[in-house]
Design a protein around this ligand. Structure first.
Ligand code: ATP
Ligand code: MG
Ligand code: MG
Ligand code: MG
Length: 562
Protein backbone atom coordinates (compact mmCIF):
# COMPACT_ATOMS: atom_id res chain seq x y z
CA UNK A 1 0.00 0.00 0.00
CA UNK A 2 1.24 3.44 -0.89
CA UNK A 3 1.43 5.60 2.19
CA UNK A 4 0.65 8.70 0.12
CA UNK A 5 -2.75 7.18 -0.68
CA UNK A 6 -3.51 5.57 2.65
CA UNK A 7 -5.07 6.94 5.81
CA UNK A 8 -2.54 6.83 8.65
CA UNK A 9 -2.99 9.95 10.76
CA UNK A 10 0.03 9.93 13.08
CA UNK A 11 0.42 12.33 15.99
CA UNK A 12 3.62 13.87 17.33
CA UNK A 13 2.21 14.77 20.73
CA UNK A 14 1.19 12.28 23.39
CA UNK A 15 -2.60 12.63 23.70
CA UNK A 16 -3.39 14.07 27.11
CA UNK A 17 -6.07 11.58 28.10
CA UNK A 18 -4.09 8.45 27.25
CA UNK A 19 -2.55 7.11 30.44
CA UNK A 20 -0.87 3.92 29.34
CA UNK A 21 1.71 3.17 26.69
CA UNK A 22 -0.45 1.00 24.46
CA UNK A 23 -3.22 3.59 24.35
CA UNK A 24 -0.80 6.42 23.60
CA UNK A 25 1.00 4.49 20.88
CA UNK A 26 -2.12 3.15 19.16
CA UNK A 27 -3.47 6.71 18.99
CA UNK A 28 -0.19 8.32 17.95
CA UNK A 29 0.64 5.70 15.32
CA UNK A 30 -2.78 6.08 13.72
CA UNK A 31 -4.30 2.69 14.58
CA UNK A 32 -7.35 3.87 16.51
CA UNK A 33 -9.39 6.96 17.29
CA UNK A 34 -11.85 7.49 20.11
CA UNK A 35 -15.40 8.17 19.03
CA UNK A 36 -17.02 8.27 22.47
CA UNK A 37 -15.87 7.19 25.92
CA UNK A 38 -14.81 3.55 25.56
CA UNK A 39 -15.87 3.49 21.89
CA UNK A 40 -13.26 3.40 19.14
CA UNK A 41 -12.81 3.46 15.41
CA UNK A 42 -10.22 1.05 14.07
CA UNK A 43 -8.30 3.00 11.46
CA UNK A 44 -6.90 1.07 8.48
CA UNK A 45 -3.75 -0.07 10.29
CA UNK A 46 -5.71 -1.08 13.38
CA UNK A 47 -8.16 -2.96 11.22
CA UNK A 48 -5.32 -4.86 9.53
CA UNK A 49 -3.92 -5.99 12.89
CA UNK A 50 -7.40 -6.99 14.01
CA UNK A 51 -7.78 -9.09 10.88
CA UNK A 52 -4.42 -10.79 11.50
CA UNK A 53 -5.34 -11.62 15.08
CA UNK A 54 -8.77 -12.81 14.00
CA UNK A 55 -7.22 -15.06 11.35
CA UNK A 56 -5.04 -16.74 13.97
CA UNK A 57 -8.03 -17.17 16.25
CA UNK A 58 -10.13 -18.65 13.44
CA UNK A 59 -7.40 -21.11 12.49
CA UNK A 60 -6.99 -22.36 16.03
CA UNK A 61 -10.73 -22.47 16.73
CA UNK A 62 -11.39 -24.42 13.55
CA UNK A 63 -8.52 -26.75 14.34
CA UNK A 64 -10.06 -27.39 17.76
CA UNK A 65 -13.31 -28.39 16.08
CA UNK A 66 -15.33 -25.25 16.74
CA UNK A 67 -17.67 -23.97 14.02
CA UNK A 68 -18.10 -20.29 13.22
CA UNK A 69 -21.43 -18.47 13.15
CA UNK A 70 -22.52 -14.90 13.78
CA UNK A 71 -25.19 -13.97 16.28
CA UNK A 72 -27.02 -10.67 16.64
CA UNK A 73 -25.77 -7.92 18.92
CA UNK A 74 -29.37 -6.81 19.45
CA UNK A 75 -30.97 -9.24 21.88
CA UNK A 76 -34.51 -9.30 23.11
CA UNK A 77 -35.08 -8.93 26.83
CA UNK A 78 -37.18 -12.10 26.98
CA UNK A 79 -34.06 -14.23 26.58
CA UNK A 80 -32.34 -12.45 29.44
CA UNK A 81 -35.46 -12.75 31.54
CA UNK A 82 -35.48 -16.49 30.94
CA UNK A 83 -31.95 -16.86 32.23
CA UNK A 84 -32.63 -14.40 35.02
CA UNK A 85 -29.77 -12.14 34.04
CA UNK A 86 -32.06 -9.31 32.96
CA UNK A 87 -32.48 -8.70 36.69
CA UNK A 88 -29.04 -9.60 37.94
CA UNK A 89 -26.60 -8.34 35.31
CA UNK A 90 -26.70 -4.77 36.53
CA UNK A 91 -25.85 -1.51 34.82
CA UNK A 92 -23.14 -3.02 32.59
CA UNK A 93 -25.96 -4.35 30.40
CA UNK A 94 -26.80 -1.77 27.72
CA UNK A 95 -30.58 -1.73 27.65
CA UNK A 96 -32.81 -0.07 25.08
CA UNK A 97 -36.36 -0.03 23.83
CA UNK A 98 -37.67 -0.31 20.30
CA UNK A 99 -40.45 1.89 18.89
CA UNK A 100 -43.04 -0.47 20.36
CA UNK A 101 -41.57 -0.01 23.82
CA UNK A 102 -40.21 -3.54 23.81
CA UNK A 103 -37.05 -4.10 25.86
CA UNK A 104 -33.78 -5.08 24.26
CA UNK A 105 -30.15 -5.34 25.25
CA UNK A 106 -26.96 -4.94 23.28
CA UNK A 107 -25.16 -8.21 23.90
CA UNK A 108 -22.32 -8.13 26.42
CA UNK A 109 -22.01 -11.91 25.87
CA UNK A 110 -24.13 -14.55 24.15
CA UNK A 111 -25.02 -17.40 26.50
CA UNK A 112 -28.72 -16.59 26.22
CA UNK A 113 -28.86 -16.28 22.44
CA UNK A 114 -26.87 -19.42 21.79
CA UNK A 115 -28.66 -21.49 24.40
CA UNK A 116 -32.00 -20.54 22.84
CA UNK A 117 -30.67 -21.36 19.37
CA UNK A 118 -29.27 -24.75 20.29
CA UNK A 119 -32.33 -25.55 22.39
CA UNK A 120 -34.52 -25.00 19.35
CA UNK A 121 -32.31 -26.76 16.80
CA UNK A 122 -30.66 -29.67 18.61
CA UNK A 123 -32.95 -32.38 19.92
CA UNK A 124 -30.85 -35.51 20.10
CA UNK A 125 -27.61 -36.73 21.63
CA UNK A 126 -26.50 -37.63 18.09
CA UNK A 127 -25.84 -33.96 17.35
CA UNK A 128 -23.69 -33.46 20.44
CA UNK A 129 -21.07 -32.39 21.36
CA UNK A 130 -21.29 -29.11 19.47
CA UNK A 131 -18.98 -26.12 19.74
CA UNK A 132 -19.92 -22.86 18.05
CA UNK A 133 -18.02 -19.59 18.00
CA UNK A 134 -18.22 -16.08 16.64
CA UNK A 135 -16.09 -12.98 16.41
CA UNK A 136 -18.35 -10.09 17.16
CA UNK A 137 -18.83 -6.69 18.71
CA UNK A 138 -19.85 -6.71 22.36
CA UNK A 139 -21.31 -3.94 24.50
CA UNK A 140 -20.70 -3.43 28.19
CA UNK A 141 -21.43 -0.18 29.90
CA UNK A 142 -18.25 -0.38 31.97
CA UNK A 143 -18.18 1.81 35.03
CA UNK A 144 -14.72 3.03 34.18
CA UNK A 145 -13.84 2.56 30.52
CA UNK A 146 -10.13 3.19 30.29
CA UNK A 147 -6.78 2.42 28.79
CA UNK A 148 -8.17 2.61 25.27
CA UNK A 149 -8.92 -0.81 23.84
CA UNK A 150 -8.13 -2.52 27.12
CA UNK A 151 -11.47 -1.64 28.69
CA UNK A 152 -13.95 -0.44 26.13
CA UNK A 153 -17.71 -0.13 26.23
CA UNK A 154 -17.89 -1.46 22.68
CA UNK A 155 -15.25 -4.07 21.93
CA UNK A 156 -14.58 -7.14 19.86
CA UNK A 157 -14.72 -10.57 21.40
CA UNK A 158 -14.34 -14.10 20.18
CA UNK A 159 -16.84 -16.13 22.11
CA UNK A 160 -17.35 -19.86 21.85
CA UNK A 161 -19.96 -22.08 23.47
CA UNK A 162 -19.95 -25.85 23.74
CA UNK A 163 -22.83 -28.25 24.38
CA UNK A 164 -22.43 -31.75 25.78
CA UNK A 165 -24.11 -34.87 27.01
CA UNK A 166 -21.51 -35.59 29.70
CA UNK A 167 -18.99 -33.93 31.98
CA UNK A 168 -16.24 -35.97 30.29
CA UNK A 169 -17.15 -34.52 26.92
CA UNK A 170 -17.09 -31.01 28.40
CA UNK A 171 -13.69 -31.72 29.96
CA UNK A 172 -12.42 -32.85 26.58
CA UNK A 173 -13.52 -29.71 24.75
CA UNK A 174 -12.41 -27.50 27.63
CA UNK A 175 -8.92 -28.98 27.33
CA UNK A 176 -8.95 -28.48 23.56
CA UNK A 177 -9.96 -24.84 24.01
CA UNK A 178 -7.28 -24.37 26.64
CA UNK A 179 -4.75 -25.69 24.13
CA UNK A 180 -6.12 -23.52 21.34
CA UNK A 181 -5.91 -20.45 23.56
CA UNK A 182 -2.32 -21.23 24.44
CA UNK A 183 -1.54 -21.56 20.73
CA UNK A 184 -3.27 -18.29 19.87
CA UNK A 185 -1.46 -16.25 22.48
CA UNK A 186 1.85 -17.93 21.68
CA UNK A 187 1.39 -17.14 17.97
CA UNK A 188 0.70 -13.53 18.89
CA UNK A 189 4.15 -13.57 20.45
CA UNK A 190 2.84 -12.84 23.93
CA UNK A 191 4.33 -13.56 27.31
CA UNK A 192 1.27 -14.94 29.06
CA UNK A 193 0.18 -17.30 31.78
CA UNK A 194 -2.95 -19.39 32.29
CA UNK A 195 -4.19 -18.95 35.83
CA UNK A 196 -6.87 -20.48 38.01
CA UNK A 197 -9.70 -17.99 37.92
CA UNK A 198 -12.54 -16.92 40.07
CA UNK A 199 -15.71 -18.76 39.26
CA UNK A 200 -17.62 -18.11 42.43
CA UNK A 201 -19.84 -21.09 42.93
CA UNK A 202 -18.55 -23.30 40.19
CA UNK A 203 -15.15 -24.12 41.61
CA UNK A 204 -11.66 -22.90 40.73
CA UNK A 205 -10.47 -25.79 38.64
CA UNK A 206 -13.32 -25.30 36.24
CA UNK A 207 -12.22 -21.95 34.93
CA UNK A 208 -8.97 -20.41 33.78
CA UNK A 209 -8.02 -16.94 32.71
CA UNK A 210 -5.23 -16.22 30.27
CA UNK A 211 -3.19 -13.32 31.52
CA UNK A 212 -0.73 -11.29 29.51
CA UNK A 213 1.98 -10.26 31.95
CA UNK A 214 2.13 -6.50 32.21
CA UNK A 215 2.71 -3.88 34.87
CA UNK A 216 -0.49 -2.10 33.96
CA UNK A 217 -2.64 -5.22 34.26
CA UNK A 218 -5.66 -4.85 36.51
CA UNK A 219 -5.37 -8.36 37.93
CA UNK A 220 -2.76 -9.73 40.29
CA UNK A 221 -1.47 -13.23 39.68
CA UNK A 222 0.04 -15.38 42.42
CA UNK A 223 2.37 -17.93 40.89
CA UNK A 224 4.96 -20.40 42.09
CA UNK A 225 8.59 -19.88 41.12
CA UNK A 226 9.05 -23.65 40.99
CA UNK A 227 5.91 -25.13 39.46
CA UNK A 228 2.98 -24.43 37.12
CA UNK A 229 0.81 -23.16 39.95
CA UNK A 230 -0.72 -19.79 39.07
CA UNK A 231 -3.95 -18.21 40.25
CA UNK A 232 -5.77 -14.95 40.02
CA UNK A 233 -5.20 -13.50 43.47
CA UNK A 234 -8.98 -13.40 43.85
CA UNK A 235 -8.88 -17.18 43.84
CA UNK A 236 -5.64 -17.76 45.67
CA UNK A 237 -6.20 -19.32 49.05
CA UNK A 238 -6.12 -17.36 52.26
CA UNK A 239 -3.13 -18.45 54.22
CA UNK A 240 -3.76 -17.75 57.86
CA UNK A 241 -5.75 -20.45 59.53
CA UNK A 242 -8.92 -19.57 61.26
CA UNK A 243 -8.20 -19.91 64.94
CA UNK A 244 -9.63 -17.14 66.95
CA UNK A 245 -13.30 -17.77 66.71
CA UNK A 246 -13.47 -19.98 69.73
CA UNK A 247 -12.57 -17.13 72.01
CA UNK A 248 -15.79 -15.40 71.19
CA UNK A 249 -18.07 -18.05 69.85
CA UNK A 250 -19.14 -21.41 71.00
CA UNK A 251 -17.02 -24.29 69.78
CA UNK A 252 -18.06 -25.91 66.54
CA UNK A 253 -18.09 -29.60 66.14
CA UNK A 254 -18.40 -30.75 62.58
CA UNK A 255 -20.66 -33.77 62.46
CA UNK A 256 -20.87 -34.33 58.74
CA UNK A 257 -18.32 -33.56 56.14
CA UNK A 258 -19.63 -31.83 53.02
CA UNK A 259 -19.17 -35.09 51.17
CA UNK A 260 -21.52 -36.87 53.51
CA UNK A 261 -24.20 -34.28 53.11
CA UNK A 262 -24.16 -33.36 49.51
CA UNK A 263 -25.04 -29.99 48.07
CA UNK A 264 -27.75 -31.74 46.07
CA UNK A 265 -29.41 -33.05 49.21
CA UNK A 266 -29.12 -29.85 51.16
CA UNK A 267 -30.15 -27.49 48.40
CA UNK A 268 -33.12 -29.70 47.63
CA UNK A 269 -34.05 -29.73 51.29
CA UNK A 270 -33.77 -25.96 51.53
CA UNK A 271 -35.45 -25.54 48.17
CA UNK A 272 -32.79 -23.29 46.75
CA UNK A 273 -31.22 -23.65 43.33
CA UNK A 274 -28.08 -25.70 43.64
CA UNK A 275 -26.30 -23.80 40.91
CA UNK A 276 -24.63 -21.25 43.11
CA UNK A 277 -24.02 -23.54 46.06
CA UNK A 278 -20.43 -23.99 47.09
CA UNK A 279 -20.50 -25.98 50.29
CA UNK A 280 -22.76 -27.56 52.80
CA UNK A 281 -21.68 -28.13 56.34
CA UNK A 282 -23.38 -29.56 59.37
CA UNK A 283 -22.21 -28.45 62.79
CA UNK A 284 -23.02 -29.46 66.31
CA UNK A 285 -23.10 -26.72 68.93
CA UNK A 286 -23.73 -27.97 72.43
CA UNK A 287 -26.51 -30.38 71.56
CA UNK A 288 -28.03 -28.44 68.71
CA UNK A 289 -27.45 -28.99 65.01
CA UNK A 290 -26.80 -26.26 62.50
CA UNK A 291 -26.84 -26.81 58.78
CA UNK A 292 -25.10 -24.21 56.64
CA UNK A 293 -25.36 -23.96 52.90
CA UNK A 294 -22.99 -21.43 51.38
CA UNK A 295 -23.64 -19.83 48.06
CA UNK A 296 -21.46 -17.59 45.96
CA UNK A 297 -23.25 -14.38 45.22
CA UNK A 298 -21.64 -12.89 42.18
CA UNK A 299 -24.19 -10.26 41.51
CA UNK A 300 -25.09 -8.84 44.89
CA UNK A 301 -26.99 -5.59 44.83
CA UNK A 302 -26.94 -5.45 41.06
CA UNK A 303 -23.18 -5.14 40.98
CA UNK A 304 -20.76 -7.90 40.21
CA UNK A 305 -18.92 -8.52 43.44
CA UNK A 306 -16.28 -11.16 43.68
CA UNK A 307 -16.16 -13.60 46.54
CA UNK A 308 -19.21 -12.31 48.26
CA UNK A 309 -21.07 -15.13 49.83
CA UNK A 310 -24.48 -15.79 51.09
CA UNK A 311 -25.55 -18.56 53.40
CA UNK A 312 -28.72 -20.31 54.31
CA UNK A 313 -28.58 -21.37 57.90
CA UNK A 314 -30.96 -23.83 59.40
CA UNK A 315 -31.21 -25.30 62.80
CA UNK A 316 -32.18 -28.95 62.64
CA UNK A 317 -33.89 -31.08 65.19
CA UNK A 318 -31.30 -33.77 64.53
CA UNK A 319 -28.88 -34.53 61.72
CA UNK A 320 -30.96 -37.44 60.49
CA UNK A 321 -34.29 -35.85 60.88
CA UNK A 322 -33.88 -32.88 58.60
CA UNK A 323 -36.69 -30.95 60.12
CA UNK A 324 -36.21 -27.26 59.87
CA UNK A 325 -36.44 -25.43 63.14
CA UNK A 326 -35.31 -22.00 62.10
CA UNK A 327 -33.73 -20.35 59.12
CA UNK A 328 -31.79 -17.17 58.54
CA UNK A 329 -29.24 -15.97 56.06
CA UNK A 330 -26.25 -13.72 55.91
CA UNK A 331 -24.63 -12.03 52.99
CA UNK A 332 -22.00 -9.54 51.95
CA UNK A 333 -19.04 -11.24 53.49
CA UNK A 334 -15.94 -9.46 52.32
CA UNK A 335 -13.42 -10.82 49.83
CA UNK A 336 -11.48 -13.28 51.93
CA UNK A 337 -11.42 -16.48 49.90
CA UNK A 338 -13.85 -19.36 49.70
CA UNK A 339 -12.77 -21.68 52.49
CA UNK A 340 -12.35 -19.01 55.10
CA UNK A 341 -15.59 -17.36 54.15
CA UNK A 342 -17.30 -20.66 54.66
CA UNK A 343 -15.78 -21.02 58.11
CA UNK A 344 -16.66 -17.50 59.07
CA UNK A 345 -20.18 -17.94 57.80
CA UNK A 346 -20.50 -21.12 59.79
CA UNK A 347 -19.51 -19.25 62.92
CA UNK A 348 -21.97 -16.50 62.17
CA UNK A 349 -24.56 -19.13 61.67
CA UNK A 350 -23.94 -20.63 65.03
CA UNK A 351 -24.00 -17.25 66.67
CA UNK A 352 -27.20 -16.50 64.86
CA UNK A 353 -28.94 -19.58 66.01
CA UNK A 354 -27.54 -19.95 69.48
CA UNK A 355 -27.61 -16.29 70.41
CA UNK A 356 -30.52 -15.32 68.23
CA UNK A 357 -28.89 -12.46 66.42
CA UNK A 358 -28.03 -11.41 62.87
CA UNK A 359 -31.45 -11.31 61.40
CA UNK A 360 -32.43 -14.77 62.44
CA UNK A 361 -36.05 -14.96 61.60
CA UNK A 362 -38.17 -17.68 62.93
CA UNK A 363 -41.30 -16.71 61.11
CA UNK A 364 -41.62 -17.13 57.40
CA UNK A 365 -38.00 -18.14 56.97
CA UNK A 366 -37.39 -14.73 55.58
CA UNK A 367 -33.95 -14.00 54.16
CA UNK A 368 -32.38 -11.10 55.91
CA UNK A 369 -29.17 -9.54 54.67
CA UNK A 370 -26.66 -9.19 57.43
CA UNK A 371 -23.51 -7.14 57.22
CA UNK A 372 -20.61 -8.35 59.30
CA UNK A 373 -19.38 -4.93 60.25
CA UNK A 374 -22.79 -3.60 61.00
CA UNK A 375 -24.26 -6.55 62.78
CA UNK A 376 -21.15 -8.19 64.09
CA UNK A 377 -17.86 -7.37 65.58
CA UNK A 378 -15.51 -8.87 63.02
CA UNK A 379 -12.28 -7.92 64.70
CA UNK A 380 -11.60 -11.52 65.54
CA UNK A 381 -11.25 -12.30 61.84
CA UNK A 382 -8.66 -9.72 60.97
CA UNK A 383 -5.94 -12.31 60.88
CA UNK A 384 -7.34 -13.63 57.64
CA UNK A 385 -5.28 -12.48 54.72
CA UNK A 386 -4.68 -13.29 51.09
CA UNK A 387 -1.72 -15.27 50.00
CA UNK A 388 1.35 -13.05 49.82
CA UNK A 389 4.68 -12.96 48.07
CA UNK A 390 7.12 -15.25 49.81
CA UNK A 391 4.44 -17.64 51.08
CA UNK A 392 4.96 -21.29 50.21
CA UNK A 393 3.04 -22.28 47.07
CA UNK A 394 -0.24 -24.09 47.82
CA UNK A 395 0.97 -27.07 45.75
CA UNK A 396 3.94 -27.42 48.06
CA UNK A 397 6.40 -26.56 45.30
CA UNK A 398 8.38 -23.36 45.53
CA UNK A 399 7.54 -19.88 46.71
CA UNK A 400 4.77 -17.50 45.70
CA UNK A 401 5.60 -14.53 43.50
CA UNK A 402 3.24 -11.85 42.30
CA UNK A 403 2.81 -10.42 38.82
CA UNK A 404 0.28 -8.14 37.17
CA UNK A 405 -1.76 -9.43 34.27
CA UNK A 406 -4.18 -8.32 31.57
CA UNK A 407 -7.03 -10.82 31.14
CA UNK A 408 -7.11 -11.63 27.41
CA UNK A 409 -8.99 -14.90 27.57
CA UNK A 410 -11.27 -16.85 29.83
CA UNK A 411 -12.43 -20.46 29.61
CA UNK A 412 -15.29 -21.59 31.76
CA UNK A 413 -17.25 -24.76 32.49
CA UNK A 414 -20.79 -23.50 32.79
CA UNK A 415 -22.43 -26.81 33.60
CA UNK A 416 -26.20 -26.49 33.39
CA UNK A 417 -26.51 -22.87 34.56
CA UNK A 418 -28.13 -21.73 31.29
CA UNK A 419 -29.46 -24.96 29.87
CA UNK A 420 -31.48 -25.58 33.01
CA UNK A 421 -32.85 -22.05 33.24
CA UNK A 422 -33.69 -21.99 29.53
CA UNK A 423 -34.73 -25.59 29.18
CA UNK A 424 -32.09 -26.69 26.66
CA UNK A 425 -32.62 -30.42 26.62
CA UNK A 426 -32.03 -33.39 24.31
CA UNK A 427 -33.11 -36.98 24.07
CA UNK A 428 -30.47 -39.51 25.13
CA UNK A 429 -29.91 -43.04 23.70
CA UNK A 430 -32.81 -44.31 25.77
CA UNK A 431 -35.17 -41.61 24.63
CA UNK A 432 -35.00 -39.84 27.97
CA UNK A 433 -34.94 -36.06 28.28
CA UNK A 434 -31.61 -34.73 29.56
CA UNK A 435 -30.27 -31.25 30.21
CA UNK A 436 -27.32 -30.13 28.09
CA UNK A 437 -24.01 -29.42 29.79
CA UNK A 438 -22.24 -26.28 28.60
CA UNK A 439 -18.90 -24.53 28.44
CA UNK A 440 -18.00 -21.03 27.28
CA UNK A 441 -14.75 -19.55 26.07
CA UNK A 442 -13.95 -15.88 25.44
CA UNK A 443 -11.07 -13.90 23.98
CA UNK A 444 -10.87 -10.12 24.08
CA UNK A 445 -9.82 -9.62 20.47
CA UNK A 446 -9.54 -5.84 20.56
CA UNK A 447 -8.04 -5.96 24.06
CA UNK A 448 -5.45 -8.35 22.64
CA UNK A 449 -4.24 -5.61 20.29
CA UNK A 450 -3.60 -3.31 23.21
CA UNK A 451 -1.96 -6.10 25.23
CA UNK A 452 0.45 -6.78 22.36
CA UNK A 453 1.19 -3.05 22.03
CA UNK A 454 1.73 -2.85 25.78
CA UNK A 455 4.12 -5.78 25.89
CA UNK A 456 6.19 -4.88 22.85
CA UNK A 457 6.01 -1.11 22.45
CA UNK A 458 9.15 0.90 23.20
CA UNK A 459 9.91 4.59 23.61
CA UNK A 460 9.89 5.11 19.83
CA UNK A 461 6.64 3.40 19.10
CA UNK A 462 4.87 0.14 18.47
CA UNK A 463 6.75 -3.09 17.78
CA UNK A 464 4.53 -5.69 16.12
CA UNK A 465 5.40 -9.38 16.19
CA UNK A 466 5.52 -10.54 12.55
CA UNK A 467 2.43 -12.76 12.89
CA UNK A 468 0.12 -9.84 13.66
CA UNK A 469 1.93 -6.88 12.08
CA UNK A 470 -0.22 -4.69 9.79
CA UNK A 471 2.43 -5.11 7.07
CA UNK A 472 5.56 -7.25 6.81
CA UNK A 473 7.82 -4.60 5.33
CA UNK A 474 7.95 -0.83 5.56
CA UNK A 475 9.65 0.42 2.43
CA UNK A 476 10.96 3.96 2.79
CA UNK A 477 11.87 6.15 -0.14
CA UNK A 478 14.19 8.76 1.37
CA UNK A 479 14.00 11.33 -1.41
CA UNK A 480 11.21 10.97 -3.93
CA UNK A 481 12.81 13.65 -6.10
CA UNK A 482 15.95 11.58 -6.71
CA UNK A 483 15.17 9.51 -9.81
CA UNK A 484 17.44 6.53 -9.05
CA UNK A 485 15.98 6.26 -5.51
CA UNK A 486 12.38 6.53 -6.70
CA UNK A 487 12.87 4.04 -9.55
CA UNK A 488 14.54 1.46 -7.29
CA UNK A 489 11.89 1.88 -4.59
CA UNK A 490 9.04 1.56 -7.13
CA UNK A 491 10.65 -1.52 -8.62
CA UNK A 492 11.07 -3.23 -5.24
CA UNK A 493 7.64 -2.21 -4.03
CA UNK A 494 6.36 -4.34 -6.92
CA UNK A 495 8.85 -7.16 -6.48
CA UNK A 496 8.45 -7.56 -2.73
CA UNK A 497 4.70 -7.68 -3.25
CA UNK A 498 5.10 -10.36 -5.90
CA UNK A 499 7.32 -12.32 -3.50
CA UNK A 500 4.39 -12.45 -1.10
CA UNK A 501 5.26 -9.64 1.30
CA UNK A 502 2.72 -7.12 2.49
CA UNK A 503 4.47 -3.80 1.95
CA UNK A 504 3.68 -0.34 3.21
CA UNK A 505 5.52 1.98 0.84
CA UNK A 506 6.32 5.45 2.18
CA UNK A 507 6.32 7.41 -1.07
CA UNK A 508 5.18 10.65 0.58
CA UNK A 509 6.92 13.93 -0.13
CA UNK A 510 8.04 14.20 3.49
CA UNK A 511 11.40 14.84 5.13
CA UNK A 512 13.38 11.66 5.92
CA UNK A 513 13.19 12.46 9.66
CA UNK A 514 9.41 12.46 9.54
CA UNK A 515 9.34 9.18 7.60
CA UNK A 516 11.71 7.41 10.01
CA UNK A 517 9.86 8.69 13.07
CA UNK A 518 6.53 7.54 11.61
CA UNK A 519 8.07 4.21 10.68
CA UNK A 520 9.32 3.61 14.23
CA UNK A 521 5.94 4.68 15.56
CA UNK A 522 3.97 2.30 13.32
CA UNK A 523 6.27 -0.59 14.21
CA UNK A 524 6.32 -2.81 11.12
CA UNK A 525 8.90 -5.58 11.81
CA UNK A 526 11.27 -4.84 8.90
CA UNK A 527 12.16 -1.49 7.36
CA UNK A 528 13.82 -1.26 3.96
CA UNK A 529 15.26 2.16 3.21
CA UNK A 530 16.09 3.22 -0.34
CA UNK A 531 18.48 6.16 -0.05
CA UNK A 532 21.83 7.47 -1.15
CA UNK A 533 23.27 4.17 -2.37
CA UNK A 534 20.32 3.40 -4.65
CA UNK A 535 22.47 3.83 -7.73
CA UNK A 536 24.62 0.88 -6.54
CA UNK A 537 21.53 -1.18 -5.78
CA UNK A 538 22.25 -1.00 -2.05
CA UNK A 539 19.46 -0.51 0.50
CA UNK A 540 19.34 -0.54 4.29
CA UNK A 541 17.41 -3.26 6.12
CA UNK A 542 16.51 -2.56 9.74
CA UNK A 543 14.78 -4.80 12.25
CA UNK A 544 12.34 -2.78 14.33
CA UNK A 545 12.54 -4.92 17.45
CA UNK A 546 16.30 -5.32 17.79
CA UNK A 547 17.19 -2.12 15.92
CA UNK A 548 19.87 -4.10 14.05
CA UNK A 549 20.53 -2.73 10.61
CA UNK A 550 22.60 -3.76 7.64
CA UNK A 551 23.19 -2.75 4.07
CA UNK A 552 22.29 -5.31 1.46
CA UNK A 553 22.20 -5.47 -2.31
CA UNK A 554 18.66 -5.59 -3.68
CA UNK A 555 19.42 -8.99 -5.20
CA UNK A 556 19.62 -10.37 -1.64
CA UNK A 557 16.63 -8.41 -0.39
CA UNK A 558 13.98 -11.14 -0.52
CA UNK A 559 16.28 -13.57 1.29
CA UNK A 560 17.20 -10.99 3.91
CA UNK A 561 13.67 -9.82 4.61
CA UNK A 562 12.43 -13.39 5.07
P1 ATP B 1 -12.66 -8.01 33.06
O1 ATP B 1 -12.37 -8.82 34.29
O2 ATP B 1 -11.44 -7.40 32.47
O3 ATP B 1 -13.78 -7.05 33.26
P2 ATP B 1 -14.42 -10.04 32.23
O4 ATP B 1 -13.99 -11.14 33.12
O5 ATP B 1 -15.60 -9.23 32.63
O6 ATP B 1 -13.17 -9.05 31.96
P3 ATP B 1 -15.31 -11.98 30.29
O7 ATP B 1 -16.76 -11.91 30.58
O8 ATP B 1 -14.53 -13.11 30.82
O9 ATP B 1 -14.64 -10.58 30.74
O10 ATP B 1 -15.16 -11.81 28.70
C1 ATP B 1 -14.20 -12.51 27.90
C2 ATP B 1 -13.05 -11.62 27.48
O11 ATP B 1 -13.50 -10.40 26.90
C3 ATP B 1 -12.18 -11.19 28.63
O12 ATP B 1 -11.25 -12.19 28.97
C4 ATP B 1 -11.50 -9.94 28.07
O13 ATP B 1 -10.34 -10.29 27.35
C5 ATP B 1 -12.54 -9.38 27.13
N1 ATP B 1 -13.20 -8.19 27.70
C6 ATP B 1 -14.08 -8.16 28.73
N2 ATP B 1 -14.49 -6.91 28.98
C7 ATP B 1 -13.86 -6.12 28.09
C8 ATP B 1 -13.87 -4.72 27.82
N3 ATP B 1 -14.63 -3.91 28.53
N4 ATP B 1 -13.09 -4.23 26.82
C9 ATP B 1 -12.32 -5.06 26.09
N5 ATP B 1 -12.27 -6.40 26.29
C10 ATP B 1 -13.02 -6.92 27.27
MG1 MG C 1 -15.80 -7.32 33.32
MG1 MG D 1 -12.42 -10.89 34.70
MG1 MG E 1 -13.46 -13.08 32.65
Amino acid sequence: MRQSQSFIPTLREIPADAEVKSHQLLLRAGFIRQSASGVYTFLPLGQRVLQKVEAIIREEMNRAGAIELLMPALQQAELWQESGRWYSYGPELMRLKDRHERDFALGPTHEEVITALVRDEVRTYKKLPLTLYQIQTKFRDEKRPRFGLLRGREFIMKDAYSFHTSKESLDDVYNKMYEAYSNIFRRCGLNFRAVIADSGAIGGKDTHEFMVLSEIGEDTIAYSDASDYAANIEMAPVVTTYEKSEELLRPLEKVHTPEQKTIEEVSAFLQVSKEKCIKSLLFKVDDRYVLVLVRGDHEANDVKVKNVFEASIVELASPEETKEVMRCSIGSLGPIGVDESVTVIADYAVQAIVNGVCGANEEGYHYVGVNPDRDFNVSQYTDLRFIQEGDPSPDGKGTIRFARGIEVGHVFKLGTRYSEAMNATYLDENGRIQTMIMGCYGIGVSRLLAAIAEQFGDENGLVWPAAVAPFHVHLILVNQKADEQRELAEEWYEKLGQAGFEVLYDDRPERPGVKFADSDLIGIPVRVTVGKRASEGIVEVKVRQTRESMEVHVNELVETVK
